[in-house]
Structure formats: structure tokens, C-alpha cells
Design a protein. Structure first.
Length: 143
């Protein structure tokens, strides 16, 4: 891999993927959370800025991990067809992969029980996936 192609790889997949996933959290993910907050009693209000155990505001922490998943999305989306199906697959990517990871990897690592199926995770994360796909497509189309 030449230096130019490795720089292009880093820019397109790592940087643009991270930026798309990071920005999709406060915009798309949290708007879905807001809709659920008003539709379902007992849901948390979005855009939580309370610090976590490390002192990082929850929204910043969530956005960081959204950026990491955005890199994964950028690598996977190369196999997606273009057009409307691209955005549908972006939604499915978000609804399935980060949700399943949270349920079956993170929860047990934290000593929590694997949660019973809930539609809220796939809705919120699916919206994040769609947003990541939109932002990524906008970032890479300009190049």
C-alpha cells in the first residue's frame, strides 16, 4: 500500500467514519431518544451531560463510542449497494450490531444480566445508523 493510498484509507474510513458516527449521536440518536422520551413514560431525557465514573460527560462518551462504531460502519458499508438500500442497510447496521454488542458483550462485562429484548435499543441505534450513513455519504461525496 503506497503512502498516498494509506493516507486516503485513513481519511476516508477512519476519520470520516469516526466523524460521521460521532455526529450521528447528538443529532440522530438523541433525537430518537427525545421522541421516545415524549412517547413512553419513564424514558431518560436525551443530551445527558452528567459525568460518568471517569468524569466525561455522558453525551461525549456516547458520541466517542458512536465514532468508533462509525469506523466499523465505514469499513462495512463498502459492500452496501448505493441508493435507498444503502440507507436502509445503514439503519439495520445500527439497529443490530451496536445493540447486540451492548446486550451480549457490554452488559455481561459490567456484571449485568443480558437484557430482555426491548425495541428501544434497536430504534435508537437504528436511527444512529441511518444518521451515520447520511453523514458519511455527505462527507465522502464531496471528495
Amino acid at each position: 500500500m503506497s503512502r498516498s493510498s494509506s493516507q486516503s484509507f485513513v481519511l476516508e474510513f477512519v476519520v470520516f467514519g469516526f466523524v460521521a458516527g460521532f455526529l450521528a449521536v447528538p443529532i440522530f440518536h438523541q433525537l430518537a431518544q427525545l421522541g421516545l422520551y415524549y412517547a413512553v413514560p419513564g424514558r431518560n431525557f436525551p443530551w445527558n451531560l452528567r459525568p460518568n465514573a471517569l468524569g466525561v460527560p455522558a453525551l461525549v462518551n456516547l458520541s466517542f463510542w458512536g465514532g468508533v462504531w462509525g469506523i466499523v460502519f465505514a469499513l462495512v458499508q463498502t459492500k452496501f449497494p448505493r441508493g435507498l438500500i444503502y440507507f436502509l442497510l445503514a439503519l439495520v447496521f445500527g439497529a443490530v450490531l451496536p445493540t447486540a454488542f451492548g446486550w451480549y458483550v457490554l452488559a455481561p462485562m459490567r456484571g449485568q444480566a443480558v437484557p430482555a429484548f426491548s425495541i428501544f435499543g434497536p430504534i435508537i441505534n437504528g436511527t444512529w445508523g441511518l444518521g451515520t450513513g447520511i453523514i458519511y455519504a455527505l462527507l465522502t461525496r464531496r471528495r
